[in-house]
Each structure stands twice: as C-alpha cells, then as structure tokens.
Ligand binder design. Structure first.
Ligand SMILES: NC(=O)c1ccc[n+]([C@@H]2O[C@H](COP(=O)([O-])OP(=O)(O)OC[C@H]3O[C@@H](n4cnc5c(N)ncnc54)[C@H](OP(=O)(O)O)[C@@H]3O)[C@@H](O)[C@H]2O)c1
Length: 247
C-alpha cells in the first residue's frame, strides 16, 4: 500500500486531496501547521502530523514521524494580491518562504529516500497564474513561476533514478480558505493611484466564469501522482484547463 504525504491539509485543496487519497485506499500523512484530528476520517491509514514548511526542524520532525513515503504533495501555499509597488519586501519574502523555498526544502528532504529506493513522485501545486497573466498578483505569480521552472529542470536530473516530479496548476477556487487566509497580508496594498485599475480588476474577480473545485484539484493530484506517461503539467479545474488549451 502506498503512502502520500500532503502539505497544507487544514483546508481547501490539501484537505480534499488527503480525503481523496485515503478514499482510494492509500496511507495518508496529512500535515498541517496546527494539527486537527476532527477534519479527516479516523483511520489506521491516516495520520495527522504537524508541519510548517518554512521551518527546517519542523520538516525533519514531520518526515521522521511519517516514515517512508511514496508521494510528496507540496500543496501548502499563501497568497498576496495588491499593487507590487506597495507590497513590502517582507511580504514578498514571506510568500516565497512558503510557496517557493518551502516546496524546495520539502523536495530536498525526501529525495534521498526516493533516490535510494529508485521510486517516488513529487507533485508541486502551483497555480493557473502561471498559465495566463493575472493582474495585481506579481509577487504571488513569481513565487509559483519559480516552482514551474524548478520542477521542469529537476525532472531531468531525477529521471535516471526513476523519481518523477509533476506540476498541478489549479484555477481559481473561491470555496477554499485562500483569500481569507491572505486577508491580513493584503491590507493596504492598493494605493490611491492604483484604485481605479484595482476596482476594475476586483469587479472581474467577483464575477468569475468557470472556477476550480477542491475535488478537481484532488483528482488531478491523484492523476499526476499515478501518471506513467511522462506528462509534466496537469492543469486542474475548468478555468485552468481552458487557459492551458488557449496557450
Ligand atoms: N484557491 C485558489 O484560488 C488557488 C488557485 C490556484 C492555486 N492555489 C494554490 O493551491 C494551494 C492550496 O490553496 P487553497 O486554495 O486550498 O488555500 P487554503 O485553504 O488557504 O489552504 C492552504 C493551506 O496551506 C497551509 N499553509 C500555509 N502556510 C503554511 C506553512 N508555512 N507550512 C505549512 N502549511 C502552510 C495552510 O495552513 P494553515 O491553516 O496553517 O494556514 C492551509 O492548510 C496553494 O499552494 C495555493 O497557492 C489556490
């Protein structure tokens, strides 16, 4: 029976992905910064483990607690929307610490066991902002675009060890806690000079066409984790799929 370790399972795409992998009969190590036992089914195949991907000690402790794993899903992420000019560099760094360096650190920490066993898959969850430009999201897009480049290059050097690296690119998911979790980070990031532009952008955000559901992402992560075709990028959700097809 295979084991997946998933980051950011307290809500949204990560929580649903943990439920989905468990429902498919896998062992799941559902990690979250503040562990909660009440979110997921009680099962011998499911453990909840503390993990903050920005802290090396937390990464080491979580992997020790998890034991051998077959798939790492780097899902944890934070957002920031606002005019880049007004976005403090401390905020830019905070976003990169989780979305970019956290993913790299987690990947580096599991590679020795994957390489030694000559098997294993890393699935990195980025975003459809890497498929088409999104306004007022420069720092967030940069953090996710870095992981797109990272993953594509890494896939080559791991091929010889039969270790796979995949990208899942979800579209806009209004039902996750993403916007709420980023609320404080986004305060005051629209200076007066940008207000007319931002108003038009936010009016567009408020009326999305197609969107992405938690189930779309969970199923796509599952496909990526089990892929044997060599596909690197897996857009997830109707909006992301439409963007990927229009490129
Ligand atoms: N929703 C969207 O529109 C959308 C679109 C495209 C891509 N994505 C990406 O999809 C992924 C999941 O987002 P979501 O929409 O499901 O948002 P979410 O509901 O806010 O979930 C994000 C998860 O990441 C966790 N997290 C944040 N910082 C962390 C850290 N330092 N260490 C470990 N976990 C951390 C959060 O845990 P806490 O509870 O501890 O904060 C939460 O469990 C993210 O990578 C996001 O960038 C989202």
């Amino acid at each position: 029976m295979k084991t997946a370790l998933i980051t950011g399972c307290s809500s949204g795409y990560g929580l649903e992905t943990a439920r989905y992998f468990h429902a498919q009969g896998w062992n799941v190590v559902a990690t979250m910064r503040s562990p909660r036992e009440d979110l997921l089914p009680r099962s011998q195949r499911l453990s909840v483990v503390a993990l903050d991907v920005t802290r090396p000690d937390s990464i080491a402790a979580a992997l020790e607690a998890a034991g051998p794993i077959d798939v790492l899903v780097n899902n944890a992420g934070i957002g920031v929307v606002g005019a880049f000019e007004a976005t403090p560099m401390a905020t830019v760094r905070e976003v990169f610490e989780t979305n970019t360096f956290g993913v790299m650190a987690m990947t580096q920490a599991v590679l020795p066991q994957f390489r030694a066993r000559r098997s294993g898959v890393v699935v990195n969850v980025t975003s459809s902002v890497t498929l088409a430009r999104m306004p007022l999201a420069a720092a967030y897009t940069a953090s996710k675009a870095a992981i797109e480049g990272f993953t594509g290059s890494l896939a080559f050097e791991l091929e010889a060890f039969d270790v796979l690296v995949k990208l899942v690119e979800p579209g806009y998911g209004p039902t996750t806690a993403f916007t709420q979790n980023g609320g404080a980070r986004m305060q005051g990031l629209i200076p007066e000079a940008y207000a007319p532009f931002a108003e038009r952008v936010f009016a567009g955000f408020a009326q999305p066409g197609a969107v992405t559901t938690e189930a779309d992402v969970a199923q796509t992560v599952w496909r990526a984790a089990n892929d044997a075709t060599g596909q690197l990028r897996f857009p997830a959700g109707a909006d992301a799929l439409a963007l990927a097809q229009s490129r």
